[in-house]
Design a protein around this ligand. Structure first.
Ligand code: 5GP
Ligand code: ZN
Length: 122
């Protein structure tokens, strides 16, 4: 179920990070988004970008969220550029559901860089 803006979901670790209740190495904060370093990085640079609003997973985005979703992608590019990843390239991943490997059920983009990634993914 979509959650109204402003309501954090209790027990959600990313809502807690967005609210400053759990510390994180912040890379970016604004009214609608937070970006921070992954606790268990899978690349030399590994940043997570989340909307402050609790949206559990990508397929819960609604047509009314299109601007938010677009801004999330724009922000990913800006952060990748600001962290020096643009020249060599980087990867953006949204794991979704069990088969997608999602472990935290608050929508997040992984921005990974600083090494080459293989394709297809494992
Ligand atoms: P997922 O597997 O859901 O796509 O990614 C969740 C990511 O969140 C994982 O890469 C994991 O390392 C990261 N993560 C989980 N808990 C925390 C936390 O408390 N702080 C930070 N910074 N990252 C976390
Ligand atoms: Zn949440």
């Amino acid at each position: 179920m979509p959650v109204p803006s402003g309501s954090a979901v209790s027990g959600c670790v990313f809502c807690a990070i967005a609210e400053g209740k759990i510390p994180a190495r912040m890379v970016h904060e604004d009214e609608d988004f937070v970006a921070f370093r992954d606790l268990n990085p899978q690349a030399p640079t590994h940043v997570l970008i989340i909307p402050r609003r609790h949206i559990a997973r990508m397929d819960e985005l609604l047509p009314g969220d299109a601007t938010l979703a677009g801004r999330l992608l724009v922000l990913a590019g800006e952060i990748a550029r600001s962290l020096g990843l643009a020249q060599d390239g980087f990867r953006v991943v949204v794991n979704t559901g069990d088969d997608g490997g999602q472990t935290v059920h608050h929508l997040h983009l992984h921005v990974l860089g600083g090494r080459a990634f293989s394709w297809p993914p494992g």
